[in-house]
Design a protein. Structure first.
Length: 317
């Protein structure tokens, strides 16, 4: 795919750049970096805490590997991906696509301004000052889909822009990946459907890197990472161990912990507080949850049996 257009201050560049089937000619932010491997990350606006944590952690891990992140300016999953990637200093760049003009609202809470301030670039096929009208969103979704070498859908409802982006990616020959979610979650119905239809499963950073390495080996080669020696955390015993086993990777209400362990309220609360400092548990909006298995360091350090299996399959459609 061609590089993104250079920075535009007051007028579009003389040569619009084609990405997929849509001309993209307006940008705001730093000049686009030399073309590197890029992963598009998208999902529903009505995301869950689980989906936002996955999107943020995946984007952070990819940016740490020097991989650019393409996404939109929408809230929810896309916002979490932007936040995760922008938090990495000297990593992959953030390329955010706008449904309206790339200049955005230029207000303190303007997501376009946050991307630009963080060293990213905002791109649009609409002129400066254009309002993000309804008909522009499908075009924006298509730009997100074709901007990456791989598209990762983290959460999606049964219908919506994230699924339309996946459809556009398939039309353009871009591999589609999806993060599995609970069968009871409306926010995961679309992603689970994509998986049922043959999308690549994303369980952690390693899964994305495996697909990316096979898709664009010429522009992405994982450098050997020095193996960090880190002290292993001892599994808690007794009450703390029982409480930890009762906490899921999604927010688990305290009432559920009490039901599963049979201990008292004060005992469970104190135990959960002891599990927070070693990062065995995290406080959530209405309970506690275990940290996801997505780990940037582990994703770079582990041997890659999944990559070997993927190579054997050659990811044949």
């Amino acid at each position: 795919m061609p590089p993104l257009p250079p920075t535009v201050v007051a007028k579009p560049p003389s040569e619009p750049v084609t990405t997929g089937a849509t001309n993209c000619a307006f940008a705001r932010g730093r000049p686009a970096p030399p073309r590197r491997a890029r992963v598009a990350v998208t999902g529903t606006r009505s995301s869950t805490a689980y989906g936002e944590r996955v999107a943020s952690t995946l984007a952070q891990g990819l940016a740490t590997c020097g991989i650019d992140i393409a996404t939109s300016l929408e809230p929810g999953i896309d916002a979490a991906a932007r936040c995760g990637a922008l938090g990495v200093t000297g990593g992959g760049a953030v390329v955010a696509f706008a449904a309206g003009g790339a200049d955005g609202a230029r207000s303190p809470g303007d997501p376009a301004g946050v991307v630009v301030a963080g060293g990213g670039v905002v791109v649009s096929d609409a002129p400066f000052g254009a309002v993000p009208e309804r008909w522009r969103f499908p075009r924006r979704n298509r730009l997100v889909a074709c901007a990456g070498d791989v598209l990762v859908v983290v959460e999606a409802h049964a219908t919506g822009g994230a699924l339309r982006a996946a459809e556009a990616a398939l039309e353009l020959g871009v591999p589609v990946c999806a993060v599995p979610g609970s069968v009871r979650s409306a926010s995961s119905r679309g992603t689970n459907a994509l998986l049922a239809d043959g999308a690549h499963v994303v369980r952690d950073l390693e899964d994305v890197l495996a697909v990316l390495e096979l898709t664009c080996a010429a522009r992405f080669s994982r450098p050997p990472a020095p193996r960090a020696v880190r002290p292993a955390l001892a599994a808690p015993a007794g009450l703390d161990g029982a409480v930890l086993c009762s906490v899921d990777e999604v927010v688990t209400p305290l009432e559920r912990v009490l039901e599963r362990t049979g201990c008292g309220l004060a005992e469970a609360a104190l135990s959960l507080e002891r599990l927070v400092p070693p990062r065995l548990a995290e406080p959530g909006p209405a309970g506690y949850l275990r940290p996801l298995s997505v780990d940037v360091a582990d994703g770079n350090e582990r041997a890659s049996p999944r990559l070997a299996r993927a190579r054997a399959r050659r990811l044949a459609p």
